[in-house]
Design a protein around this ligand. Structure first.
Ligand SMILES: Cc1cc2nc3c(=O)[nH]c(=O)nc-3n(C[C@H](O)[C@H](O)[C@H](O)COP(=O)(O)OP(=O)(O)OC[C@H]3O[C@@H](n4cnc5c(N)ncnc54)[C@H](O)[C@@H]3O)c2cc1C
Length: 370
């Protein structure tokens, strides 16, 4: 059976979590902006180029390696699984490390292992790296590095790709070749391109005073820095609650706002919704401590004002007119998620999706991909 079709079927039922990043990450593009007539010098050609050595890129690389394909994985940093060297910021994974199921069926057990990648090496499972149900994120980084090394995956580290485009190539069926360059302007070309760069650009809304906020991506993870402070967190997903959980023992208050109701993963059955492991502030909120959660829409009309070193958020949302939230805050933290970085394309645009990719949760694989 065709390699990549096999991958689609085997990979996705299991890797529940990686689907997050894969939403945009694992797309095989079959048409990008054409640079008609332009010929570009390339120093290196491969059948398959994968950009990103996160879990998705490594998993794809594993199957290409196993089937003897000509491929390369480009990784802009010096490590596999780079995302997890920094995130989650407070370093506890929310993907479960379910080591025991009482069953011997490997397929069944793998379905309950949210971290391990597929491979034929029995010892390459996260369960052998940690006994914790929610391991430290460094454990996953170590695991992913081992996965790359032990499977001899062809990763070129410290290679940040950009300027992706297509050039006409009449000698191949697709009639185009992908070209790209790294930060040193070395040129690369490939027949098939797999963008597995994940979602790593902080989502920063545009409203007056947004520059006064601090982002989840760079906020201090030392609770002492929040001692006796009043904190407002914008956002109410896992990163927001993770942040609140880490500091609420030190703060005067933690208030949180977002436009939608809190969606609890145990109610919605979606792993990306608020996980119980992060939801301590719900307790203190419901048990009438000073912490608070409100719904408000952060629109262009929202304003963040600064007075005497304190910050106040003003929205035009009538539901936000809540006494507690009229207070000023010492710190306002953005935890509003991450977006796909389309600047790696020569012509940033919404990539055309085809086949299964029309559903944003699925990897798109071209049936005739070699
Ligand atoms: C705050 C937060 C916490 C999370 N916690 C967990 C968790 O506990 N457990 C879990 O399973 N999932 C968690 N996730 C989801 C998880 O991050 C993704 O599912 C997973 O990282 C997706 O893998 P990926 O390989 O698609 O992308 P990534 O892991 O993001 O990998 C992308 C790789 O591409 C590289 N790259 C990017 N741009 C370029 C470029 N231009 N050139 C070369 N290389 C490039 C990056 O350096 C990176 O190594 C969390 C997500 C967030 C936002």
């Amino acid at each position: 059976m065709d390699l990549v079709r096999t991958l689609t079927m085997q990979f996705f039922p299991k890797r529940i979590f990686i689907q997050f990043g894969t939403i945009f990450a694992l797309l095989v593009f079959n048409s990008l902006t054409k640079v008609d007539g332009q010929t570009q010098q390339t120093s290196s050609h491969h059948d398959y180029c994968i950009i990103g050595a996160g879990p998705s890129g490594l998993q794809m690389g594993y199957f290409l390696e196993k089937s003897g394909r000509d491929y390369i994985i480009f990784e802009r940093t010096n490590t596999s699984g780079n995302f997890f060297t920094k995130y989650p910021r407070h370093r506890t994974l929310i993907s479960i490390n379910k080591r025991n199921t009482g069953r011997t069926n490997k397929e069944f057990n793998m379905r309950h292992d949210w971290n391990s990648l597929l491979s034929d090496k029995e010892h390459l499972k996260l369960r052998y790296y940690s006994k914790e149900m929610f391991p430290h994120a460094d454990v996953l980084v170590k695991y992913l590095s081992d996965f790359q090394r032990m499977n001899n995956l062809n990763v070129q580290f410290n290679a940040e790709m950009s300027n992706i485009q297509t050039v006409r190539n009449d000698s191949v069926k697709e009639k185009h070749t992908f070209t790209m360059s790294d930060q040193y302007n070395n040129k690369y070309a490939c027949r098939w391109l797999i963008v597995a760069t994940g979602l790593w650009k902080p989502n920063i809304p545009k409203f007056d005073g947004i520059e006064l906020t601090q982002g989840y991506e760079s906020i201090s993870i030392n609770a002492d820095d929040f001692e006796g402070k009043s904190v407002l967190i914008l956002g109410r997903g896992n990163s927001a609650f993770e942040t609140a959980n880490a500091i609420y023992g030190a703060t005067n208050v933690v208030h949180m706002i977002a436009r939608s109701r809190v969606r609890l993963a145990w109610a919605t059955h979606y792993v990306g919704d608020l996980r119980a492991v992060n939801n301590g502030v719900l307790d203190t909120y419901q048990l009438k401590s000073l912490d608070g959660i409100a719904e408000a829409f952060l629109s262009d009309e929202t304003k963040l004002m600064s007075k005497n070193g304190k910050y106040q958020l003003v929205t035009d949302d009538e539901f936000f007119d809540n006494f507690a939230f009229r207070e000023s805050y010492d710190v306002i933290i953005r935890c509003l998620g991450f977006t796909f970085d389309d600047e790696l394309f020569y012509n940033p645009y919404s990539p055309p999706l085809f086949g299964m990719a029309q559903s944003w949760k699925r990897m798109a694989i071209c049936e005739n991909a070699g």
